[in-house]
Design a protein around this ligand. Structure first.
Ligand code: NAD
Length: 487
């Protein structure tokens, strides 16, 4: 059966989801479909009162359900049921997601949705396996580190992978015994509302997951500044991360996890397998049309193999097949909005004006919606806008090196340190280079995440603070208390 669908037939959830119920709200922000530019919905904006209503619902649900104190295996069981329901509703979810986002429906079913349900199962299993520690103290005392949930966690997610980003936040927070107030991006809120509804259908107590819709300025600020929210977990741009830190500093200290932007290098040494590397490098920048935090946007390649590698990447780029997100066959995504495609184009033009040479693409595609051609820019220097700025589009810069040291110097970005790729047949070099690279994730002879949720993700430098995924993300949703008992 085909997964392709007519975007005009999708029924969207209307409003916020608080205390287990939809709260109808009038739209305030016009939304356009990235695939064809058609205005199709409005996103409401939750004000500070509504955010407070969501926080109080979370507190009440925690108290009435005893979520943090019930037998942990019960939390595990309910979260597994939630994951099962997400899989059972995969087609509905895929349509909700594909209509407003850049994620093609085929990739959603095989990728984002399957990953989200597995993440929920992965984090659920921590609930009854990760506990407090007895620690060595003197013989006449007993020392313990007890951990406990924060209460209500505030979460804010971006638009680029709406479902998996919601999974990154909701699953560890819930497994760790918290309630959550989550604001999805105003560009892609619907699938998040729907999985929250599914959580209640799965038996997770109403009020534990509350979704408030709105923009960063009103709704986001109300969340990060709310005095009864115990912790903030944010994924988005470095600029918004800085604004959030400022608001938290102004309104009352609370811990935060910040997963921010990147400008990740892909280092290719002369002994790398060219065909295999070209595929991985191209995938690293073309996945979601470069709209990934970990997009490998800077190719740093040994001079000796630069020509054949760039030729091979260019051939892959020429082969891409753009299409609307509601066609099952679509592999190459649109850009999220008119504003964003104009920004990509202006950074490309500024980089060429600064001396760069456009070797492929460098233009919008002439078809409905917002599609940008895969772009290669050579001849760039450290001050080129294409090097200094996170473009968040399908734009790959090319820089060459002769010595390993030169490659490492080029890779070291003054602002970002999210991820990096290393391609080489020499294991010693791979390890040496990995030890030097300043990034939170290093991929060797591959580029991109696997489904090993145990590997945490997070940035160095201005790419962030703290980790999502892995045991770290579970622990980041619990605070610790040191206890010393005299015997
Ligand atoms: P964005 O920063 O514009 O928005 C992200 C979210 O933050 C949205 O929900 C937005 O409404 C909200 N927001 C904006 N300003 C805010 C404020 N002052 N206070 C509170 N909330 C605020 O980012 P985006 O355009 O949605 O997403 C793209 C960015 O996200 C890129 O920079 C990308 O690298 C980053 N990202 C990072 C990761 C990671 O794991 N490091 C993952 C995905 C995306």
């Amino acid at each position: 059966m085909s997964l392709s669908f007519d975007p005009n037939t999708v029924v969207l959830p209307q409003g916020h989801f608080i205390d287990g119920r939809m709260i109808a709200a009038k739209g305030a922000l016009a939304m356009q479909r990235p695939s064809d530019g058609v205005a199709f919905a409005d996103c409401p904006i939750a004000d500070a009162d509504l955010v407070d209503q969501a926080v109080q619902a979370g507190k009440r649900a925690l108290k009435e359900s005893g979520w943090a104190d019930i037998r942990p295996r019960e939390r595990v069981r309910l979260m597994h049921r939630w994951a099962d329901l997400i899989e059972a509703e995969a087609e509905t979810l895929a349509r909700l997601e594909a209509v407003s986002s850049t994620r093609p429906v085929g990739q959603l079913i095989q990728g984002d949705i399957a990953i989200t349900s597995e993440q929920i199962r992965f984090f659920a299993e921590f609930a009854d396996k990760d506990g407090s520690d007895l620690v060595p103290t003197s013989r006449d005392s007993l020392g313990m580190i007890m951990t406990e949930p924060y209460g209500v966690v505030g979460a804010i997610t971006p638009w680029n992978f709406p479902l998996s980003m919601a999974g990154w936040k909701l699953a560890p927070a819930l497994a760790a015994g918290n309630a959550v107030v989550l604001k999805p991006s105003e560009l892609t809120p619907f699938s998040t509302v729907y999985i929250a509804e599914l959580s209640v259908r799965a038996g997770i107590p109403a009020g534990l997951i509350n979704i408030v819709l709105g923009d960063g300025q009103t709704t986001g600020t109300a969340i990060t500044g709310h005095p009864e929210i115990g912790k903030i977990s944010f994924t988005g741009s470095t600029a918004a991360g800085m604004a959030i830190m400022e608001n938290i500093a102004r309104t009352g200290i609370k811990p935060m996890t910040l997963e921010l932007g990147g400008k990740s290098p892909q280092l290719v040494f002369a002994d790398a397998d060219i065909a295999r590397t070209a595929k991985a490098v191209a995938q690293g920048i073309l996945s979601n049309a470069g709209q990934a935090c970990v997009a490998g946007s800077r190719l740093i390649v040994a001079h000796a193999i630069a020509l054949p590698l760039v030729d091979a990447i260019t051939a892959i780029m020429a082969d891409i097949c753009p299409g609307p997100t509601w066609n099952e066959a679509t592999q190459y995504s649109p850009i999220i909005s008119e504003r964003q495609i104009n920004r990509i184009d202006s950074i490309v033009k500024a980089s060429v004006a600064a001396g760069g040479e456009c070797l492929a693409g460098g233009r919008m595609l002439d078809r409905g919606g917002y599609f940008y051609a895969p772009t290669l820019i050579g001849g760039v220097t450290a001050s080129s806008p294409a090097i200094t700025q996170e473009i968040f589009g399908p734009v790959l810069t090319i820089q060459t090196f002769v010595e390993e040291e030169e490659a490492l110097a080029l890779a070291d970005h003054p602002t970002y340190g999210l991820a990096a790729g290393v391609f080489t047949a020499d294991l010693s070099r791979a390890i040496r280079v990995t030890k030097t690279l300043q990034a939170g994730t290093i991929w060797v002879n591959r580029y991109g995440r696997s489904r090993d949720h145990i590997l945490p993700t997070g940035g160095y430098k201005s790419s962030g603070i703290g980790k999502d995924l892995g045991r770290e993300a579970y622990l980041a949703n619990r605070k610790s208390k040191s206890v010393l008992i005299d015997l």
